[in-house]
Design a protein. Sequence first.
Length: 479
Amino acid sequence: MSETIRPGGVTALSIINFIFGGIQAFGVLFALMALGCAAVFQGGLSAQPLGVRLFSIGMDGLICIALIISGVGLLKVNRITGRWFGTLYAVCAIVKTVALAFSGEAFFASFTIFTIISLVYPVLVLIFIHVVFRDLWARTHSVFMPKKRDGRENKPVKPVLLVSIHSFRQTVRSFIGVLLCMAIMIVGLFTAQLVLLPVEMFINQAESSGMEISEQEIVEEMERVILPILSRILGTVGDEELPDTPEFLDLRALNIGYVNDSFKELENPKAEQWAYFLLREQPGFLSLLFLLFFLIIPPVIVFSGFNQIAGDARNKGLRYLLMRTKRSTLFLGKYLGSIMITAVLLLILVASVVLYMHFKLSIYDPGRLLNWGLWGLGAFIIFSLPFISLSVTFSALVDSPIGALGSSLGVMALFPIFAFFLKDAWEPLGVIQYVLPFKLGFSLVHYQWWMVCTAVAGMIGYSAVYLFLGYLYFKKRDL
């Protein structure tokens, strides 16, 4: 009887199931306590009907049980408890969210980041159980072996593409791959929720007091929330002061110079035009979210590449891989595999945010929302290239995955700090900040096309330099 091999990604799914199952159990307990209090004190009535609340509690209880049983089954790689109870959890979670969506307007008042995760994670569970790890549930064998094509010749595949596909598959099935999926989704969606929270509170307060608010009022409230953050980011990137009040946007629309008594005369047409483009010509919420993602996503993206070569080096597997391919093919294939998984995850994140904005706050034209979302997705992928290159380079330099991860994150954290202090001591020393392409990447959403082209060329150039330095060492290192 063959020994069952459990991929690291299955272990990660099991741990996440236990965590979410525990949270769900506490939620069910508190819901029952609240229901009991409402029954004792008749004054504490809920906005939701009793039937809806009972349905929600019952579904939460079923989800909790399915999560915990599935977690145990995944650890044991059991077909029934692991696969089918995981499927039961995912179906119940999706059905519950969809059913509550049609239960009334109370759903939209309580639609938060946790509701989005409650939709995203079940879908990820279905994909992982039925697509990524489908070989684990085969009845005829327990150790995964690639299936042979009977009577058919395999089509020739370019070596680099073959290595990249294998790298993509290996990363998705690993412990790090599952955590990377969850990290990008949670960090991205939580950031979106923080930005939208003041606007949603404004809408909920207006509706609870019986006031009718127009789309224009919602847009104005959103601009009031977005503009201070947008101004701070653009001011830092462009080294120009930018007002944090929305009056200059209207003046910019009228092509009138902006003067404010609280400042000296501000004449920064480039910065003001950039802010106007992001906030008025494009969906302002997505524009701000793109800028925030440029700040917070790079440290997460590093996780897609730090283990590509260092993991094989630690396990002494590189020498066996290089018996069948060249070092250049292996290095470039690993890099392309990291880009593939990053692009897929960013696609899911941007699609989730765009759909959330469309159905939660229908204040932007769907066409504009879709077009700017696709532009942002392309900008994210291009922006991620140098940072993936950096992580793959350190993965080639350091045999330890932890060392490669620490080196990548350390460089990304230390260089901006050094640049700040050196620039403060002596202005010319601030040039060290250009070792990393943080500032250049923001021009991917610039209003001038030549700036966008410059940013694209620059990001590709940074990627090529990082990769070249990593490959120079990798092709000479002793394996």
